[in-house]
Design a protein around this ligand. Structure first.
Ligand code: ADP
Length: 337
């Protein structure tokens, strides 16, 4: 509603500018054409006055002057009618055009506004959940006059876990904000080194879940980009592959390239994603039902949004194919330097 009002205001401004220009030209055209007309019509009478026929046809000269005056008035009326008509047409056409342009100008602002509102609501909801959990635990403990030391320690331990969640969430939000501003350094990044370091970073969580990581393909190629951001994106995908996989399964990383791009595929044998949920998993704070309920895996739904931002800042693409209960394949394509 606010933006509809804004569109009307902006359209009004556009229309005022267009009509100001149109009226300025109309007045100029009117002035110029009537002046020229006046000059053109006076010339034959002047010829009669100064020419060789002077004194012979005085009546004819008077008659010509009167006729010229009538023609002049009629022409002036016709010009002003035409200009009024033209301006009326311009007013109607420019009115529609201004409204169309105003809506088009304000649409991205409206979308950005909505996205910011959604983001703020989602972020505060996610932040409030661990805070409320801590608050209620502390309140219940304080109301118990016979609270034992062991119980207090258990509450502190649980609070510590909630705090760790809050730290992870604020880290994620910071990363999201940082990759959102679109200024990444660009140096040659060797894929082999990148994959090696990303796999190393998630090795311990893979070990604890007994998930084997297999790397294959030719990765001796470089792309232009920011190594730490690309490693971050790859780590998110690998971390998910491990998180959403059953124990003793395998995650495979395959790398290939042609003259234009390098392709990294991360395949797991995990819980998979329903076709209906696939279009949303790269959105901020989106978590598929299966990962919320069935597998109870910790997360905030911002990892893939960060990964997608990073990949797109490198002019690459990220996509997924998945089969529930069978596994998923995440594919990252990055253009070569
Ligand atoms: P989260 O912190 O929830 O893992 P992400 O943004 O990384 O957030 O992922 C969004 C959602 O996409 C996850 O909640 C999960 O439902 C789904 N998802 C991502 N990767 C996988 C995967 N390898 N297997 C199954 N589901 C996945």
């Amino acid at each position: 509603m606010k933006l509809h009002k804004g569109s009307l205001k902006l359209a009004g401004l556009y229309l005022t500018i267009i009509m100001f220009i149109s009226l300025f030209f109309s007045v100029s055209i009117y002035e110029l054409s009537t002046r020229e007309l006046d000059r053109g019509l006076k010339r034959p009478a002047a010829v009669l006055e100064d020419g060789p026929l002077r004194g012979i046809v005085r009546e004819t000269r008077e008659a010509l002057k009167q006729e010229n005056e009538a023609i002049y008035q009629e022409a002036k009326n016709r010009i002003s009618e035409r200009l009024v008509f033209t301006n009326a047409i311009i007013l109607i056409a420019a009115g529609f055009l201004s409204y169309y342009l105003a809506v088009r100008t304000l649409k991205p602002i409206e979308e950005a506004n909505e996205s910011l509102e959604r983001f703020t609501a989602d972020a505060s909801h996610e932040l409030r959940t661990p805070i409320s959990a801590m608050q209620s635990e502390i309140e219940v403990a304080l109301m118990n006059p016979k609270l034992k030391l062991s119980e207090s320690k258990a509450i502190l331990q649980s609070n510590l876990e909630e705090l760790a969640k809050l730290t992870a969430l604020s880290d994620g939000l910071l990363k999201l904000a940082r990759v959102g501003n679109g200024s990444l350094p660009r140096q040659p990044v060797n894929m082999r080194g990148l994959i090696k370091s990303s796999v190393k970073d998630i090795e311990s969580s893979a070990k604890s879940r007994k998930v084997a990581i297999k790397v294959s393909g030719n990765s001796d190629i470089s792309v232009l980009g920011d190594k730490s951001s690309l490693a971050e994106a790859l780590k998110i995908i690998l971390d998910n592959a491990i998180k959403y996989s059953p124990e003793k399964s395998e995650v495979e990383v395959r790398v290939s390239h042609n003259q234009k791009q390098v392709t990294i595929k991360v395949q797991d044998q995990g819980i998979g994603i329903k076709a209906t949920e696939l279009p949303y998993i790269f959105e901020r704070f989106y978590r598929a039902d299966s990962s919320r309920s069935k597998s109870k895996v910790e997360g905030y739904g911002i990892g893939l949004a960060i990964a997608k931002n990073i990949i797109e800042l490198h002019r690459g693409t990220i996509s997924v194919v998945s089969e529930p209960e069978q596994g998923s394949i995440f594919t990252v394509k990055l253009p070569l330097s």
